[in-house]
Structure formats: C-alpha cells, structure tokens
Design a protein around this ligand. Structure first.
Ligand SMILES: Cc1ncc(COP(=O)(O)O)c(C=O)c1O
Length: 350
C-alpha cells in the first residue's frame, strides 16, 4: 500500500526510527533495573509484544481499559500506575487481577480498604504498590510514615504489598544539567528513604518502580530502582525532543490538502480530532516552506511561507506529532511505514 492510498487523516509511524528507539532503551535496561514501559504512549498491543521481546518485564498502564486490552491480547505482568477508586472500577480491577498478573497502586487508606473488601469478597489477593509523591505533587502518599502506614493497611486488608512507585514527572522535561540532576536526586532520595523505613519495619519492598523517558539516563544513580516506566521513548514526539535528544520522533499525522488560497494558505483535513495541539502547534514534516498556524476541529490551517511550494488540493502533507500520547488517543490504527510504503497496520486498543 502506498501513502497515496491511505485514507486521511491517518497516523503514520516511521518503523526504522521506532526500532532504533526500541533497541536503544532495551540495551540501556538490559541488566539491573528492568524496563516495564508505559503502554499509554502507544496503546498498541503489537508494539507491547515487541517491547517484551526486547526484554521488557511487562507493561505499565495508565488506565484499567489499557490493562484490559493487554490482557485480552494475552499480555500480562501489568502495573496500573494511576489510582483505582470507586466501586465499579474496583470491581473491574479485581476481576482482571483474578485472571492475570495485574498490580495497582494506592495512595489512600480508604481506597486500600475498599479494594481489600472487594478482593476478599472475590477470594482474590491482588498485588498493590504504594504510590509515593516524590515531588510531582499529582498523586501519591507523602514519603515516610504515611507510606509506611499504607503498606501496613495493604497487609492488614489481606492483600500483597509488592513495593513502591515514585514517578518523577516534574523532572522528566527539565533541560539537562546540574539543576535536573539535583531535582532527580531529591525525588529519588525521598523514595529510597521511604523504602528503608519500610524495610526497617519488616516489609519486603520487592518492586521500586520509577521513571519517564527524560530521566532514564539518570536511573543508574539509584541501583535500588528495580523497574522503569518510560513510555514516550518509543514513538517520541517533537515536544519531548526539545529536552531529550536521545530518541527520534517517529510519529506523524497524514492529512490531505482540501483547499489552497493563492499563496496565502493551504488547509488539510486533519485538525484537533486527529492531531493533539495540547503542547503547542506541531511542525509540518514532509514539505518545506509551510507553517501550521492553527488547528480547528477538522481543519489544519497552514500558512505558505515559501510561495514556490507546490501543493494542491488532493496532495498529502505530514505533520509531526508534537504530543504523542494525546495524538495516539485520537486514532484506532497506526500505519507502519518503511521506505515510503505501508509495511503493516497496527491496531490501537485500550
Ligand atoms: C506514572 C507515569 N509513569 C511513567 C510515565 C512515562 O513517562 P514518559 O512519557 O516521560 O516516558 C508517565 C507519563 O506521563 C506517567 O504518568
């Protein structure tokens, strides 16, 4: 299948670039700390399989639906990294944990108790990690005694305490340098001190899960980290690339030119419903002399900077994914491209 035969808007993946990213991260985490990559970045069971084939110990998921999609594809050893709360979701989690190795995180004693009650009723003993706030100030129990109390609560409820998670998302996008390293160390020390406190109180902290793409290279400073949750590295995007040079953007959106107004502008059929504008307006990839100015719901409005640009209605234009997580979320498949042709169509699920 040629590019010209793809119905637009469509998500394209440069397979060569993706494979180089896959290989680079796999090699980095081939001993000591292991990779449990984040599924939310690509939402593609087939790519998850390739990550496992290159050494990943399982997948990290943001949502129950992602975990369910993986289990439906016979992939498990999953950590759900966002808290699960509310009866319907807890029921779904318990159902999933009965059929596969799926762990969740908690940061609140009442939620731990609710999961405990549901688990006992279902005669299930799920594995839980305590999520520790290491400075991102999003979710997570306070380091130290509050985290210890939660570990105790998990055990009292009859569930398996598996370890600690501490996601240093506030450090991942910092530019490289001394400031980033000291912010990283501060975050990780809070987690490692909590680990020691739990061990002094008789807990085995089997899992210490941290990490994102922008901090992978710092992870060896803390050999206590058992697993790493980086996700964006695989498809990468042009926003992340600004602070993380090590991986190549591999994802773009293909649109068809539906209108040209003289030498002022062209408009493509790809707007906010197929390209995320969350982190800023993406760059045009495939044609020089064009500048994407604005995304409406169904329209991408592109200014003609070089009047010599030869694009007419019916032609296609590729735009970089500037925020891959949110762009993937808008599609149900990715066209895997090599040497200008479609090599495979990858289904997205979750
Ligand atoms: C909890 C958690 N872990 C890991 C990641 C992966 O980070 P990255 O996309 O920087 O690889 C994210 C991303 O937002 C996250 O929220």
């Amino acid at each position: 299948m040629k590019v010209s035969e793809i119905d637009t808007p469509a998500l394209l993946l440069d397979l060569d670039a993706m494979e180089r990213n896959l290989e680079k991260m796999a090699r980095f985490f081939s001993g000591g700390t292991r990779l449990r990559p984040h599924y939310k970045n690509h939402k593609c069971p087939e790519l998850a399989r390739r990550q496992i084939a290159r050494g990943a110990i399982g997948l990290t998921c943001a949502t129950l639906s992602e975990a369910e999609a993986l289990v439906a594809n016979d992939i498990d050893h999953i950590l759900i990294s966002s808290e699960i709360a509310g009866a319907p979701r807890i029921r779904r989690f318990i159902q999933l944990a009965r059929s596969a190795d799926v762990m969740a995180v908690v940061d609140n004693p009442d939620t731990a108790a609710a999961i405990g009650t549901a688990a006992r009723n279902a005669r299930c003993r799920p594995g839980l990690l305590v999520n520790v706030n290491v400075g991102q100030n999003r979710t997570g129990a306070k380091p130290g005694v509050p985290a210890l109390d939660l570990a105790r609560r998990i055990a009292e409820e009859g569930m398996k305490f598996r370890g600690l998670m501490g996601y240093e998302g506030h450090v991942a996008h910092m530019p490289e340098g001394a400031e980033k390293i000291s912010a990283y160390d501060l975050a990780m020390r809070a987690l490692m001190n909590t680990k020691r406190l739990l061990e002094e109180n008789g807990f085995t902290v089997g899992i210490v899960s941290t990490g994102g793409t922008g901090t992978y290279h710092l992870s060896r400073r803390f050999p206590e980290i058992t697993e790493f949750q980086a996700g964006s590295y695989l498809l990468m995007d042009t926003d992340y690339k600004r602070t993380c040079e090590d991986f190549e953007p591999a994802l773009s959106v293909l649109g068809t030119v539906i209108s040209r107004t003289g030498n002022e502008r062209v408009v493509i059929d790809a707007g906010l419903k197929s390209i995320s504008g969350e982190h800023g307006v993406p760059l045009v990839k495939s044609v020089e002399g064009l500048k994407l100015r604005k995304l409406n719901a169904e329209h991408g409005i592109i200014d003609i900077v070089d009047p010599g640009v030869q694009v007419q209605p019916g032609d296609t234009i590729e735009v970089w994914a500037h925020y891959s997580d949110a762009t993937v979320n808008l599609h149900d498949r990715i066209y895997g491209m090599r040497n200008g042709v479609v090599e495979e169509i990858l289904k997205l699920q979750g």
